[in-house]
Ligand binder design. Structure first.
Ligand code: AQP
Length: 330
């Protein structure tokens, strides 16, 4: 079985955007690949985190993965926490020494996020190399992701190819991003030129997977649209309306054309009400599952098994790679 790998930073509560770009794809592919789904807690600390809250968000993220349908009873599903496996950081350093400053300076996410902080950390700059290590440690061939992380997977490809060429063997599998055709960039509800994010400053901008129906209703009914009063899918000229259609398509599992046909000729209010219904129904099921999962022992059992399994693979890979570059004794 080929390997597929992805992770979602526990830097806040997971959003419907994280579901669309990350979790939904894992669920769709989990029967076909050996799946590595991790909690990148080290990535979350590229910006300041409250330690207590970070612990809570890590557990909650795993609860959400499982509540959405990630099946940890499958022998090919491995769920684990990044920081519990020391080889991620070790390989990251080694790969940093094979990555150029100029490459990291070109990363869009770094350019955007560094603007938000007067004093940003070195971790924010080198984060994509840690992400490359996360992927390359496990020889993952496929990396499901939203559009925002595509550039980082491309960097991981470049690092893998450079390493293989420099040391003249196929030491790393060169990974490929897997981007959904619909829902690769769910947009901010208040500013649809931006993507929806979990760490947004505006509480009305993002729908979180654990939002109760009354909150979902308020956020969707207050979402920005336009003054045209015409339902059409046109991401460039009608980003707000197209975003609502996209979210509907992702959660109702309907092609975008069918969603447009369903609401065409009606007002934006009808589309918003329809979306509130679909989202509330889907998220209520996830939340019921989540509440049961959080009080069971399943999370720790899954994480212990995931840690033990992935650590063996990571150790073997790291031991090979460190010798290739000349670290330690012969
Ligand atoms: N708006 C989005 N639409 C579609 N996919 C998205 N993803 C994130 N936002 C959207 C995808 O979710 C996965 C996990 O992302 P992440 O949590 O590791 O980091 P991120 O991309 O930085 O996500 P956020 O929500 O914006 O987090 P913060 O606010 O902490 O920066 C990835 O596959 C990502 O593409």
């Amino acid at each position: 079985m080929d390997r597929l790998l992805t992770g979602l930073q526990p830097s806040g509560n997971l959003t419907i955007g994280n579901y669309s770009g990350g979790i939904k794809q894992v669920i769709n592919y989990q029967n076909n690949y050996e799946t590595f789904l991790f909690v990148p807690d080290m990535h979350a600390t590229t910006v300041t985190q409250d330690p207590e809250l970070l612990h809570k968000n890590i557990r909650s993220a795993v609860g959400v993965y499982l509540a959405c349908g990630v099946d940890v009873t499958k022998p090919n599903m491995h769920v684990y926490i990044q920081s519990e496996n020391l080889y991620h950081a070790n390989l990251s350093w080694l790969l940093e020494c094979h990555t150029y400053y100029g490459e990291l300076s070109r990363m869009h996410q770094f350019k955007e996020k560094s603007k938000l902080h007067e004093n940003f950390t070195c971790g924010l700059f080198t984060y994509p190399v840690l992400m490359a290590a996360d992927i390359l440690l496990y020889d993952a061939k496929y990396v499901p992701t939203g559009i925002d992380q595509k550039q980082h997977v491309e960097l991981a490809r470049n690092i893998a190819e450079r390493f293989n060429n420099r040391y003249k063997d196929d030491y790393f599998v060169v990974p490929e991003p897997v981007i959904p055709s619909i829902g690769a960039k769910i947009r901010d509800l208040q500013d649809p030129t931006k993507k929806m994010s979990k760490s947004t400053a505006n509480p009305k901008a993002s729908v979180f997977l654990l939002d109760p129906p009354n909150v979902i209703k308020k956020k969707i009914m207050g979402a920005q649209t336009d003054s045209e009063a015409r339902i059409a899918f046109d991401e460039e000229n009608k980003p707000g309306v197209s975003n609502l259609l996209t979210i509907y398509s992702v959660f109702a599992e309907m092609p975008i054309e069918a969603v447009v046909a369903k609401f065409e000729g009606g007002g934006y209010g009808d589309l918003k009400k329809g979306l509130v219904e679909v989202l509330s129904e889907k998220l209520t099921v996830i939340q019921d599952n989540y509440n049961k999962i959080m009080t069971s022992g399943i999370i720790d059992d899954a994480l212990d098994a995931g840690r033990d399994f992935t650590e063996k693979i990571a150790k073997e890979k790291y031991e090979t790679i460190r010798k290739v570059v000349g670290y330690g004794r012969i």
